[in-house]
Ligand binder design. Structure first.
Ligand code: CA
Ligand code: CA
Length: 250
């Protein structure tokens, strides 16, 4: 009985030819469907992908059309991918729908189907964040992460209510500034928004010295100052990443 069914199936496959079999099984390039049905649809998962350098991110999509009974049928077919920033992600050599994260940054990845009826495309974003360099716990001046002048530090909201302290040395008479912000350029981002930050600068005596993004002069002896930062998560980036930059002003 099994042999009969197998022979029958093989006969059908031989009679039908490769393209029909491929279509019957729902395999092959999506472009073979595009144009043959007006209702072809391509949808990429829109939630956006958070990543770190070294990660492998699989981006999911769905291709579908309406069958002869106007019921939406999902197709197991291949797309081409367009990458907006190849320095951030690269298509995996092992899986065409996966991307190797090369460096911190933002890249849009777009699934593309070109067929007789035109081009269908849908995209999402991969946001790759730098590895934090802060040293937790750093929730007070005694455990503050030390900053070197002119060196970017990367950090994040490690848990609900996390505060981060940074210590940095300012020579006598030197002017300095502490800047803080998001570690990746999000000007082209559709799905991600920057971490909100609250920051203050203190002298080692505990007295309030000022705010980030402004220049101050240490009128006393060379000494340590502290920056206190509270990061707030966003709906799409719960770990509230940010960078801190202490620099001396000439
Ligand atoms: Ca932290
Ligand atoms: Ca902390």
């Amino acid at each position: 009985m099994i042999r009969c069914v197998t022979v029958a199936l093989l006969s059908i496959l031989l009679l039908a030819g490769c393209s029909e079999v491929t279509e019957f099984l729902g395999l092959g390039r999506c472009s073979s469907y595009n144009g043959s049905r007006d209702s072809f649809r391509l949808e990429v998962d829109k939630s956006g992908y958070l990543a770190a350098p070294g990660d492998l991110i699989e981006v999911s999509y769905q291709a579908s059309w309406l069958d002869d009974y106007l019921k939406r049928e999902y197709l197991n077919c291949a797309v081409e991918w367009d990458i907006s920033d190849p320095s951030v992600v690269q298509q995996s050599p092992d899986d065409p729908n996966s991307f190797v994260v090369l460096s911190a940054g933002l890249s849009r990845v777009t699934a593309v189907v070109k067929g007789p009826a035109g081009t269908k495309a849908d995209s999402t974003e991969i946001l790759a964040l730098p590895t934090p360099t802060e040293v937790e716990p750093n929730n007070g001046t005694a455990s503050a992460t030390e900053l070197q002048a002119g060196v970017l530090a990367y950090a994040q909201r490690d848990y609900n209510g996390d505060v981060d302290y940074y210590a940095f040395y300012v020579p006598a008479g030197a002017s300095f500034q502490v800047d803080m912000g998001f570690p990746v350029d999000l000007s082209e981002a559709d799905y991600f928004s920057r971490t909100s930050l609250s920051g203050s600068i203190y002298h080692s005596s505990g007295s309030y010295a000022g705010e980030p993004h402004r220049t101050y002069t240490n009128s006393g002896a060379g000494d340590y100052f502290y920056a206190r930062v509270t990061p707030y998560s966003t709906s799409r980036i719960p770990n509230g990443p940010y960078e801190v930059f202490f620099h001396l002003i000439e």
